[in-house]
Structures are given as structure tokens and as C-alpha cells.
Design a protein around this ligand. Structure first.
Ligand SMILES: [Zn+2]
Length: 556
């Protein structure tokens, strides 16, 4: 899963800145026995996949590298062995994703603030950061600045920060994040740099400058945003040959240091301190600023490719087999990077060799079940998740099966398989008819379904399933719960410990005390969820009036 700060970095990226053998008849109820006892999912099988995928040989499986390609070949080989139908390009299991890798050229970044005849130049990396662009090797904007509150236009919440403002051709200055009045998942959507770029462009703006709120400083500290400023970012290239960006008119996307936001408010009706103070509880209204802002970025570009891996297990029901349930996980991780405790190899054992192992064993259980699933199941290992959910977005927008045939998605990303668990969490379930499906699957193997214990993290918006949600497809991502046979909440320590010590570090490797029995149990739960969706009479639906259902069905 990409870290929270990637909300900016990957917006920073955009910134350029959570199934079958004997046929069953379509009328018969699914056989309750064989399909629901997925005994073929074993701890040893999960461990075998993980020992290969997280081995040093694969060098951290970064998208666009040989290590990733080897991992993709492994998954394709497994799909072939299971008899899945190739669902990639040209009768293969691989869907090549054309990518634009882009890097910021640091000494090409410039920013100046003009107030009357006085011009103040700012320093890149200490006072501001600008994102690289996948579209332009160089671009700039120079225009009067307008403060537009949080930069959010959310009709469902009767909130429009642009109301009464003319930002056409202007540089828009917005607060980071979202007001506390918005619920966390909806807030994470509107608070993302990507959504703010899209909104700003729709209103006619030419550049987006974000200034820190106090709340956002805690979530995504400035020091983290200035690390790895010239790290590679990625964008996918569409069938038209152009790198995909959400807001082509935005020429530059900037984050100001917390100390330097005030300069943009010199001479304005209200001070930055004043606006920041109001943002703690409310949503400050916008106003034209007294300054003009000039900002420029320079980027280096390189074309690469990296493949999604896709295979289909055809459904048994003639009336339902044209529909696909997607079971996916990301195959990439962070490759070779900064050294931590003498290790530079980011093996990504839990993130996400574990998830791919679970996808593969879900596929095996489905393919060898005596009762074939009624709907088809598309098994998918996606690339470049760590670069901003790139491979999944490419697939969701350019599917290799008829678009519209995707009826539900089950994502497996970074399961914390370090302890026995007695409950599960299903990010996204509360938005659709998938919640009872998950609860039922959990119950079949003696697990309970617990509400999201960390709603502020907005995991629902942070992993690959969200790219399917954005195409109107109901989706969930399962997580191990925090209850264990040793006591309620005990698992939370191991969960939190992993996030604090090993998440996105070289130590997320096979030296972790991985509980492969827990891994098998977790995989069985995912299998049963996939079967629950595939075998149900009706396809999944968004809950009546659900925010995400309404937003993305409407936007399609
Ligand atoms: Zn990750």
C-alpha cells in the first residue's frame, strides 16, 4: 500500500507531487459443501509462493525492472498451471502497461512571489516543492493568486470552495487535506491532491499551490514530503499515446513549507495564521490574494513497460458467466532503495508477496473446486501500485474483458500475517451489498467482521480496489482484525508494530515471524468472499444513496 504521504507524492506523481469442474445449473443453489471447504489452501503453499516472490533474487520487484518481470513470469506460469484462460494481450497472460517514468530536475524548479514591485524568490526543497510532470519536460505558470479554501467542490456536502471566485487563468492556493466536517473516506477523496488538481482545472486554474494546515502537518510532515524529491514517479500511457494526467491544464503543482505559506497572504484581507486557525474547526472561505505567483518545473522522461498479469476462470452459469469478479493484488514493491540498517533491498514480503500468494491460492482453490463458480473470476496481479495505483488504474480503464462485465473486486494488499486472528476488517464493505457477503464468508470459518478500527487512515481510498471503485465497481479489501485467541485487541500490537517498524522498509522481508497458518486462514476468507460474489443470484450493488456509488456511477 502506498503511504499516506503519497496522497501528496503520488498526487505528486499525478502532481506529477485501502473459482470450477462439475457444472452447477443456474437454478440450483450453490453446493454448500465442497466450495465452502477450501482445504486446498495450505500454509505450505502460501509459504512456497512467498519464499520465491520475496527472495532477494527478485530485487524488490519494482515496476519496470527485471525483478518485477521475473515475478510476473512466475504468476503467469502459475495461472497456466491452473488452467486459467489467458486474459492479457494477444492470448497471453500479460497486459503490457506502457509507462512514463518521470523525475523532477531539481535545479529546474523555480518559484517567485510578486507583491507590487517586490519579487521574492523561494528555495526549492526548503521553502517549496514542485512535482515533476509526466506531460511536460518543462512547464510554468505566472498569474495572480486566489485563495480557494480547501479547494473542494463537493455538492453532496453542500460545500463549494470556489463559489463566487474567479480563478480563470489564475494560480489557486488551497489548504492541504480536508475540513473535519467531512467523513474520513469522503474527505480523503476530496482532500487528495489529484482531486484538487481536477477541480482547479475544471474551474479554469493554471497552477495549484497547497499550504499546510496544522492537521495535515501531523498526517504528512513536511520533512517526509521533501525526502526523495527526485525519486522516480510513474504515469500510464493511454491508447492515444499520451501519459494520463487528471488535469492537463495544471502547469505546476506545489506544496509550500509550513513556514512559508504566510508569504502568499501578504496584503490579503486575512492572514495565513488567521485562515489556519479557522481551518482547525471550520472551512475558511476563499478570496483573491494580493500577490502573483510564478512557478516552473522541469522533468526528465523515460518510457518503460511493466505488465499486469491476468487469467480468467470461466463461470459455469450460462446466464452469469459473462460477468467477472476480480480478485487482485499488486505484484510490485519498491525495489532497491535507501539503505536502512545495512539493507537496501525492499523485499516486500507482506507488501505484497503475501497478497499475491493469497491471490494464487484463491485461484487454485477455485480452479480445483468440485463446484465451479457461477460467474467468471478474473485473477489479476497488477504493477506499479507503489507508484500511485498505476497498473490497476490502467486495467480498470482499459480492461481486457468487456468493460461493464466487471461486477465486483476483491483486493488483497499487505495482509499483516504475524499473528493468529479471530476477526477480519473489510475496507469498503459498508458502501455496498458486499458487507453481508463478507460477514457470511467470515462466519463460515469462525471469524467475525469488525468495523474499520482506523477510519482516519481512509484505507478504502489507498489501494488498487479504489481504481475499480472509481469505475463504478463495488469493491472491498480484507484485513486481519485485531482480536486473537489471546484476547480482544491483542493483534493490534503486532499490526501497529509492523506499520511502525517494517512498513516500506527493507525489513519487510522473510525474517519477519510470518504465521503461515494465519496466512492460509486469511486466504480462505478471501476465497469464500470471491465465491460468495461469484455464486450469488444478483451481482453486487452500491447501497442506496452511497456517496462513492453515486459519485463514480455518475462520473462514468
Ligand atoms: Zn506498499
Amino acid at each position: 500500500m502506498p503511504p499516506m504521504s503519497r496522497a501528496f507524492a503520488s498526487a505528486a506523481a499525478a502532481l506529477a507531487t485501502l473459482t470450477l469442474a462439475a457444472c452447477v445449473s443456474s437454478t440450483a443453489a450453490p453446493e454448500p459443501t465442497a466450495a465452502q471447504t477450501p482445504d486446498s489452501i495450505t500454509p505450505a503453499a502460501i509459504e512456497a509462493h512467498m519464499r520465491f516472490l520475496a527472495s532477494d533474487l527478485l530485487e524488490g520487484r519494482e515496476a519496470g525492472t527485471r525483478g518485477y518481470d521475473l515475478a510476473a513470469a512466475y504468476v503467469a506460469s502459475q495461472f497456466r498451471q491452473l488452467g486459467l484462460e489467458p486474459a492479457g494481450d494477444k492470448q497471453s497472460y500479460l497486459q503490457e502497461v506502457p509507462l512514463q517514468a518521470h523525475w523532477l530536475v531539481k535545479d529546474g524548479a523555480r518559484m517567485a512571489v510578486r507583491a507590487g514591485s517586490r519579487t521574492t524568490r523561494l528555495n526549492m526543497g526548503t521553502q517549496f516543492v514542485v512535482a515533476s510532470s509526466p506531460l511536460h519536460t518543462s512547464s510554468m505558470a505566472s498569474a495572480p493568486a486566489v485563495f480557494a479554501g480547501y479547494g473542494i467542490d463537493a455538492p453532496a456536502f453542500k460545500m463549494n470552495d470556489y463559489e463566487g471566485l474567479d480563478v480563470n487563468g489564475k494560480v489557486v492556493v488551497v489548504l492541504t487535506g480536508y475540513p473535519s466536517s467531512l467523513p474520513s473516506e469522503e474527505g480523503a477523496h476530496y482532500g487528495s491532491t489529484r482531486e484538487k488538481q481536477r477541480t482547479a482545472a475544471a474551474k479554469g486554474a493554471v497552477a495549484l499551490v497547497s499550504v499546510y494546515t496544522e492537521r495535515f502537518e501531523k498526517v504528512s510532515p513536511w520533512t517526509r514530503n521533501v525526502q526523495n524529491l527526485d525519486a522516480m514517479q510513474m504515469s500510464w500511457i493511454g491508447p492515444d499515446g499520451a501519459p494520463f494526467v487528471v488535469a492537463p491544464p495544471i502547469q505546476a503543482t506545489v506544496l509550500m513549507s509550513p513556514a512559508d505559506g504566510a508569504a502568499l497572504f501578504d496584503g490579503a484581507p486575512r492572514s495565513f495564521a488567521d485562515v489556519r486557525a479557522e481551518s482547525v474547526k471550520g472551512a475558511p472561505k476563499g478570496f483573491p490574494l494580493a500577490v502573483s505567483i510564478e512557478v516552473a518545473q522541469r522533468s526528465r522522461h523515460e518510457r518503460r513497460t511493466s505488465a499486469n498479469v491476468a487469467g480468467v476462470l470461466p463461470g459455469s452459469d450460462p446466464a452469469l458467466r459473462a460477468e467477472h469478479v476480480v480478485v487482485l493484488g499488486h505484484l510490485d514493491h519498491e525495489g532497491i532503495g535507501a539503505e536502512v540498517n545495512g539493507d537496501r533491498l525492499y523485499n516486500g514480503a507482506l507488501d505484497n508477496a503475501a497478497g499475491i500468494a493469497a491471490v494464487l491460492e484463491t485461484a487454485r482453490a477455485a480452479a480445483t473446486s468440485p463446484t465451479r463458480p457461477r460467474r467468471s473470476i478474473l485473477f489479476l496481479a497488477v504493477t506499479a501500485e507503489e507508484k500511485g495505483l498505476i497498473g490497476s488504474e490502467y486495467f480498470a480503464r482499459n480492461p481486457t474483458v468487456p468493460s461493464g462485465s466487471l461486477v465486483g473486486a476483491v483486493n488483497i494488499d499487505m495482509p499483516i500475517l504475524l499473528y493468529d486472528f479471530t476477526d477480519v476488517i473489510a475496507f469498503g464493505a459498508k458502501h455496498s451489498s458486499l458487507e453481508p457477503v463478507v460477514a457470511d464468508a467470515a462466519k463460515q470459518i469462525g471469524l467475525t467482521l469488525t468495523p474499520d478500527p482506523m477510519p482516519d487512515e481512509a484505507v478504502f481510498t489507498r489501494s488498487d480496489h479504489y481504481r475499480f471503485v472509481q469505475q463504478g465497481v463495488p469493491a472491498i479489501m480484507l484485513s486481519t482484525g485485531w482480536n486473537t485467541p489471546a484476547g480482544a485487541g491483542e493483534g493490534g500490537k503486532a499490526f501497529g508494530g509492523f506499520l511502525a517498524q517494517h512498513y516500506h522498509k527493507p525489513s519487510d522481508d522473510l525474517n519477519l515471524p510470518i504465521d503461515y497458518n494465519a496466512a492460509a486462514k486469511f486466504t480462505r476468507a478471501n476465497y469464500l468472499i470471491a465465491r460468495g460474489i461469484a455464486d450469488a443470484d444478483a451481482k453486487p450493488t452500491w447501497n442506496e444513496g452511497d456517496f462513492f456509488g453515486e459519485l463514480f456511477s455518475a462520473r462514468k
